[in-house]
Design a protein around this ligand. Structure first.
Ligand SMILES: NC(=O)c1ccc[n+]([C@@H]2O[C@H](COP(=O)([O-])OP(=O)(O)OC[C@H]3O[C@@H](n4cnc5c(N)ncnc54)[C@H](OP(=O)(O)O)[C@@H]3O)[C@@H](O)[C@H]2O)c1
Length: 325
């Protein structure tokens, strides 16, 4: 299944197209057979610092544990300090050498994002890896204090703002990597450029979730271009289907049906860890799953024009409180 260019083989693509085998633990276990055992090598993160948002549970916690297991210093950026400290205790209980610490960051709240970034700029010399993992699937439409629909604020606006505020630290690193944890659910959604705040039509949390996950993938090439002068690369990925507290709570019927086939959080975390730590040279601006570049569309109806994408970029930059352009 291996292709040195990062592109998937025919069999790997077939797994992806048939969705259930590809996204479940079967896909992870079949593809894993071709992955070199020493990539990432065991000290790949030694001397490097990573920040992972939403890392007190599920895939985020597994990413934090995985990066610490490769020797990295890992900051768990969480909205509840005690839940973050508990996650650190659990990571250290499994690996007493893990270098993990908590920083408070509610990614949907610009004040919290800016306070977190300012504190880190005071504390750290540089940041090598920034992983935007925090996510949620709300049962009904809610808005943040800033007046933005919650999934848009959490999956798109917060990551744009946090990345921007951390540029001084990312710039100080040697080729920093920014990774957005998206979802395969985005394949079913168009770019919601006419209604990014989901103000019109009947609200569905699943649709809001998938629309904003589509936005993450769509904006990745623009972010890559935007940060290329600082040699910061930007990647989006999807973890497949993993058994996490988020899935149990938000999709109970799916969880009951699919449970035997769901990936472990560590399997879901694998590609984000690999993108952060591999010594391979990665092309910036692409969408990954199971360590291979994936298509951004499987349906003709989800394609958008460069004008649509630019409009969304301008809207999101302004909504995130960033300079437009
Ligand atoms: N599990 C899957 O099958 C799957 C599939 C596709 C994509 N994903 C993506 O993977 C990521 C992790 O999901 P998961 O399944 O591991 O879910 P999870 O167990 O619910 O974890 C989500 C994490 O995000 C945090 N979070 C939510 N809103 C936040 C905010 N405003 N600020 C800071 N942290 C916030 C949560 O913190 P609290 O504990 O404070 O709520 C929690 O730690 C998400 O982006 C999700 O969309 C998961």
């Amino acid at each position: 299944m291996t292709d040195a260019s990062g592109n998937p083989s025919f069999f790997d693509t077939l797994l992806d197209r048939t969705i259930v085998p590809g996204y479940s633990r079967l896909g992870s276990r079949l593809r894993r057979r071709d992955w070199p055992a020493d990539d990432p090598h065991r000290d790949a993160m030694r001397g490097r610092t990573a920040l992972v948002t939403g890392s007190n549970s599920g895939i985020g916690k597994a990413i934090a544990a995985g990066l610490a297991g490769l020797g990295g210093s890992v900051l768990l950026a969480v909205r509840d300090r005690e839940r973050g400290e508990q996650a650190c205790r659990e990571i250290r209980a499994a690996d007493p050498t893990a270098d993990v610490a908590v920083t408070v960051c509610d990614v949907s709240d610009p004040n919290s994002v800016s306070a977190c970034a300012n504190e880190l700029i005071d504390r750290l010399p540089r940041l090598d890896v920034l992983i935007h993992n925090a996510g949620l699937l709300p049962p009904s439409r809610t808005e943040t204090a800033g007046g933005h629909e919650t999934t848009l604020a959490t999956h798109v606006l917060g990551p744009l703002l946090l990345t921007d505020r951390l540029v001084p630290l990312l710039d100080a690193a040697d080729e920093a990597r920014v990774i957005l944890v998206s979802s395969g659910g985005m394949y079913a959604q168009r770019l919601a450029v006419d209604d990014p705040e989901y103000r019109h039509g009947r609200y569905s949390g699943t649709t809001a979730y998938a629309r904003t996950k589509r936005m993450q993938v769509a904006l990745t090439p623009l972010l890559a271009e935007h940060y290329a002068p600082q040699r910061i690369s930007v990647h989006s990925m999807h973890p497949g289907w993993a058994d996490t507290p988020g899935v149990t709570t938000s999709l109970p019927a799916f969880h009951r049906l699919m449970r035997p086939l769901l990936r472990t959080p560590a399997e879901g975390a694998d590609t984000a860890i690999w993108l952060a730590a591999t010594s391979a040279t990665l092309p910036s601006g692409r969408f990954w799953h199971d360590r291979r570049i994936r298509q951004e569309h499987y349906l003709r109806r989800t394609h958008y024009t460069p004008d649509d994408l630019w409009r969304l970029w301008l809207f999101c930059r302004e909504a995130a409180g960033l300079a437009v352009g």
